[in-house]
Design a protein. Structure first.
Length: 732
């Protein structure tokens, strides 16, 4: 009986598999042509990779691929030869949060950008004299560059039916709302149009037509797979289900839900075009769960394994199918010629001068992609794309770079609070193309206890490494507190109007030098307290030299890298300045990671003035005190835990700081610090510990949408007294 039972079961299941294989053939006995349709769904589209892994194990050779949104990314790469294992590697080893972040990567930012960026809470477009809203939160430039890199081997293919696996992706025409099947053009550009989630990404213009995310019109592209010639369609659907209203917590959730109501009808139509539907259970995941790629891939595998018997039958029916032929993914290329298109001649020449790529030189694809990201990160370009195609006249490839100059004017707003200067507001205007494409004008107005109006004009010579001319004019009013025996005895108002003309160049990544002329007219007024007599000095004309370095991984709470400032300034009455002096300052900070969550932090500072018997203006002396750096006259004011801001003052400064930083959560930090400083009018090479004032502190802080928040408890020694200092918002 047992043997007969087992034999009967084998015959039964064999007959079922035979029937399933027969069902797959159409009535006319035409060969089965399998189409794979991959839906949109944001990060949930990673589940498609798990589906592909099971299809591969089942021996399914796909004849055509269609994709919408994230399905277009996965499907487009699969169609040119990326294996499921390679796609999994791309999903797991790219920082997707960084790709969806509009700000240029900090490691590629110029020194000017590192100072100017991270100051505003809000920035909106300014067009024709009116403040507006952007068409998308981000323009998708970073993910566009990634697609350029990943599809490089097929940049020259115009008809997507000529790809190893014929491919099409769906985008939505913003003028008509109709779904459009993109099956020709420039592959990374077509994919980029398909993923342009409305209100998140800027729309994409192709041949004068404006496109947004294909999921708006047709999220499951089953009919598109049939249009490519498929007569058996496998659809993988990771679209958003309709959720209860009380479960929608963000504007993105509401946006996706509102689009989902209109999509339901399309989904039903597309499922009717589907022969085998795979629906991974992604109900517990959101569109932006990119950090959960491994889980989503596994969910896709689980869903596809439930269809394994049908998939294996399908694979058996195509045992004689020919395996697709793919070009190898290129690791390096030889550039025989470089073409630059777009913008104007000045910016194109600046870009040409900036390139480290040489014609007839072999370079890695990664280096090429990095070079393009550097150029884009310069801040003088709105968009950049590149295309590599065979050179018909030489051995190698033609690199065509297309750029558009930064032209979007913006109005921005910033706010901060700190224990010393209380609330401060920043109003910012950034304007491009003042005299030529690539230049920029930035104006800041700071209101609060410190008043500042600053306008800077930048004209690039080269984009990366950045070199150029910078002209800055500013008017400042701030208070300098005069201490005696740890108490404020007077407050002095310093008012100054300055004009700086500088030229600079980045020597190599994260290091720049600059030199220039500084002119200043200033007025120092007694505010309260005793009468002070100052020399009748109201103007300076100085020459300056700067060496900057900044390789910190983050603007706030960095965990690794170095930051360096060396500054020399010379003034002489012989060329019309009000004083003769020389002043030098060196400040070096570094962060050394001990573990992924623990870093050693340190700072060394030295400032020296050569002025003879002359008395420097108050705002040219060095100061130490407080828990955080002071932004106005930042190159002469340094923190000292346990002391008040500006409590120590003199012509010369020596300071040291050391401590440890703990990363408690993703954006939460704890710091334990000790520091000491010596500020005096005389410089002695012999250093005695009695010359230094020291303090200790504990800081807890984090990064938020309105900027960093930091609370510091500090004291001169463990016996107290203790003081609490608060800092909220970006530094400006």
């Amino acid at each position: 009986m047992p043997f007969a039972f087992v034999l009967s079961c084998c015959l039964f299941f064999g007959m079922i598999s035979h029937i399933q294989a027969q069902e797959i053939q159409n009535e006319d006995q035409k060969p089965v042509k399998i189409g794979l349709a991959l839906s949109g769904g944001g990060a949930k589209g990673f589940a498609h990779i798990g589906v592909l892994k099971v299809l591969e194990k089942a021996g399914i050779v796909v004849d055509v691929v269609s994709g919408t949104s994230m399905g277009a990314v996965i499907g487009g790469l699969y169609s040119i030869g990326y294996t499921p294992a390679q796609l999994e590697d791309i999903a797991l080893n790219n920082d997707w949060n960084e790709l969806f972040n509009e700000s240029p990567s900090r490691r590629f930012q110029s020194m000017i950008q590192k100072v100017q960026n991270n100051r505003l809470i809000l920035s909106v477009p300014y067009r024709n004299g009116n403040i507006g809203l952007p068409r998308g939160l981000i323009d998708g430039q970073k993910i566009g560059l990634l697609l350029n890199q990943l599809t490089l081997s097929y940049h020259n293919v115009v008809d997507f039916r000529d790809l190893p696996i014929p491919f099409a992706c769906v985008a939505t025409n913003l003028n008509t709302g109709e779904g459009v099947r993109l099956e020709s053009g420039y592959l990374p550009e077509a994919i980029r149009a398909s993923i342009a989630i409305p209100s998140i990404f800027q729309p994409v213009t192709i041949d004068s037509t404006i496109y947004i995310d294909g999921g708006i019109a047709r999220n499951i592209p089953a009919s598109d797979a049939r249009a490519l010639g498929a007569n058996f369609v496998i659809s993988s659907d990771v679209g958003e289900p309709i959720e209860p209203a009380d479960s929608l917590h963000t504007f993105v959730d509401v946006l996706i839900q509102s689009v989902g109501f209109g999509r339901k009808k399309s989904d039903k139509e597309q499922i009717r075009e589907t022969d085998l539907l795979i629906q991974p259970d992604i109900s517990n995941y959101s569109t932006f769960d990119f950090d959960k790629a491994a889980e989503l891939i596994e969910i896709g595998e689980e869903a596809a394994r439930k269809m394994l018997s049908r998939l294996q039958a399908l694979g058996d029916s195509r045992s004689k199918s020919t395996k697709k032929s793919f070009s190898e993914v290129q690791d390096s290329i030889v550039i025989s010629k470089i073409n630059i298109e777009g913008a104007n001649d000045y910016l194109r020449k600046s870009l040409k001068t900036s390139l480290t790529i040489k014609e007839s030189e072999s370079l890695s694809v990664r280096k090429l992609s990095e070079e393009m990201e550097k150029i884009y990160s310069s801040g003088h370009i709105d968009s950049l794309s590149y295309r590599v195609s065979p050179d018909p006249h030489a051995s190698g490839s033609i690199l065509t770079i297309r750029i558009s100059a930064a032209k979007s004017n913006t109005i921005g707003f910033g706010a901060r609070y700190d224990s010393q200067y209380k609330a401060s507001l920043l109003f910012n205007g950034s304007f491009n193309k003042i005299f030529t494409e690539g230049d920029a004008l930035v104006t800041d107005l700071r209101l609060g206890e410190q008043l500042q109006l600053r306008t800077s004009y930048a004209l690039p010579y080269t984009l990366y490494p950045e070199s150029g001319l910078n002209v800055q004019a500013q008017a400042i009013r701030t208070t300098v507190d005069i201490f005696q025996e740890n108490k404020i005895i007077s407050s002095i108002n310093v008012e100054s109007i300055t004009l700086d003309v500088q030229t600079g160049v980045e020597l190599f990544r994260n290091v720049a030098i600059a030199t220039g002329i500084h002119t200043e007219v200033y007025n120092i007024n007694q505010a309260i307290g005793e009468v002070f007599l100052f020399d009748n000095v109201d103007g300076l004309l100085t020459t300056q030299f700067f060496l900057y370095g900044d390789s910190f991984d983050r603007a706030y709470f960095p965990s690794k890298g170095n930051k360096l400032l060396i500054r020399s300034e010379f003034s002489d009455t012989r060329w019309g300045s009000g004083l003769t002096f020389a002043q030098h300052i060196g400040n070096w900070e570094f962060r050394l990671p001990l573990t992924p969550d623990v870093s050693l932090l340190s700072r060394l500072t030295a400032g020296r003035t050569f002025a003879g018997e002359q008395v420097l203006p108050l705002h040219y002396q060095f100061y130490s005190g407080g828990a955080i750096p002071i932004s106005i006259f930042a190159e002469r004011q340094y923190p000292l835990l346990g002391y008040e801001v500006q409590e120590l003052r003199g012509d010369n400064l020596r300071a040291v700081e050391t401590g440890v930083q703990f990363q408690i959560r993703k954006n939460a930090f704890l710091q334990l610090k000790w520091n000491a400083a010596s500020v005096s009018d005389d410089w002695e090479w012999a250093i005695a510990s009695s010359d230094f004032k020291s303090g200790i502190g504990v800081s807890a802080g984090g990064k938020t949408l309105i900027g960093p928040i930091e609370l510091t408890v500090m004291t001169q020694d463990f016996g107290g007294p203790y003081a609490l200092r608060i800092n909220v918002g970006h530094t400006f």
